[in-house]
Ligand binder design. Structure first.
Ligand SMILES: NC(=O)c1ccc[n+]([C@@H]2O[C@H](COP(=O)([O-])OP(=O)(O)OC[C@H]3O[C@@H](n4cnc5c(N)ncnc54)[C@H](OP(=O)(O)O)[C@@H]3O)[C@@H](O)[C@H]2O)c1
Length: 271
């Protein structure tokens, strides 16, 4: 029988903004019992109010996924409230900008902490309950997690590590009934308040993306939910993302040449 998120308890980390927020809103429309998360309580409260206003069921838990104790407490709150956990969508993330030689070690650490250790921490806390419910885990990665790209080495490293985690866990948990997937999100229209980390660790606005080149957060949310319901393992979003994945597999040398040429062009333009 087809798996549906309807009536399932679904935790989406990092869901007070952007893709996570759109996913939480869409899940509530599908009849899921949603758990939203993030560190900023005011944003969390506004998403909670929006879901409730639309008639959805929601629990809001402020927690920092880089803190393992926060993750344990968050999962306990979910169990106290709903009695179970069926799906984990590990979405909380932060991006960065800057060539490797300019990026401070602290930025590397922070980007790994949120994107990778954050996913590890919440998955560890959720796992005993997902085993009981024979549930699902969906890691949110990026097309930047398919091959290393210029100017975002820390982000690429963290997102690639998620692939290894998902692959290892699929083998280890193959007899538990848990389904593990990873969605490689492509260019997405960002919330105007979204910030990325500069090479020195300061938070800066992200460049605007035109409608033509980017998916909306709603489109991404629907794709993530589809991937959860279909139990897909790896799924790359956007035509450009899919092309990147295929070209990188079939013609890795050519892809590298193109990227080097693009990098040279950017370097010349910024001189
Ligand atoms: N947007 C894109 O173009 C794009 C492309 C590819 C992949 N992705 C991936 O998609 C996911 C969502 O991206 P987005 O663009 O929607 O990001 P976003 O708009 O910047 O939102 C990030 C979310 O994560 C939360 N968060 C950050 N650090 C956290 C922490 N330590 N603990 C708990 N929550 C935390 C934020 O809330 P607080 O700040 O309140 O904690 C916020 O809710 C990320 O994994 C990202 O790498 C995005």
């Amino acid at each position: 029988m087809r798996y549906s998120v309807s009536d399932k308890v679904v935790l989406v980390t990092g869901s007070n903004l952007g893709i996570g927020k759109a996913t939480a809103l869409e899940l509530a429309k599908h009849g899921a019992l949603v758990v939203i998360n993030g560190r900023k309580a005011d944003r969390l409260e506004s998403v909670r109010a929006q879901i409730e206003q639309d008639g959805g069921k929601v629990l809001a838990v402020a927690a920092d996924v880089t803190n393992p104790d926060d993750c344990e407490t968050m999962v306990q709150k979910i169990i106290d409230h709903y009695g179970r956990l069926d799906v984990l969508i590990s979405n909380a993330g932060i991006s960065m900008r800057g060539n490797f030689e300019n990026v401070t070690p602290q930025v590397f650490k922070q980007v790994m902490d949120v994107n990778f250790h954050g996913a590890v921490n919440i998955t560890k806390a959720a796992l005993p309950h997902l085993k009981k419910s024979r549930g699902r885990i969906m890691f949110i990665s990026s097309v930047a997690g398919i091959r290393g790209l210029q100017g975002i080495s820390a982000y690429c490293s963290a997102k690639m590590a998620l692939t290894a985690l998902a692959e290892s866990m699929r083998i280890e948990l193959s007899k538990t009934g848990i389904k593990i997937g990873i969605t490689y999100v492509g260019f997405t229209q960002n919330d105007p308040v979204k910030r990325t980390m500069a090479a020195d660790g300061s938070l800066i606005p992200i460049e605007e993306r035109s409608n033509k080149n980017a998916q909306t957060t709603d489109e991404v949310a629907r794709a993530i939910i589809r991937n959860v319901e279909k139990g897909r393992f790896k799924n790359v979003l956007t035509s450009l993302g899919k092309l990147n994945a295929i070209a990188n597999k079939l013609f890795p040398g050519l892809v590298e040449k193109v990227l080097i040429m693009a990098n040279d062009k950017v370097s010349k333009m910024s001189k």
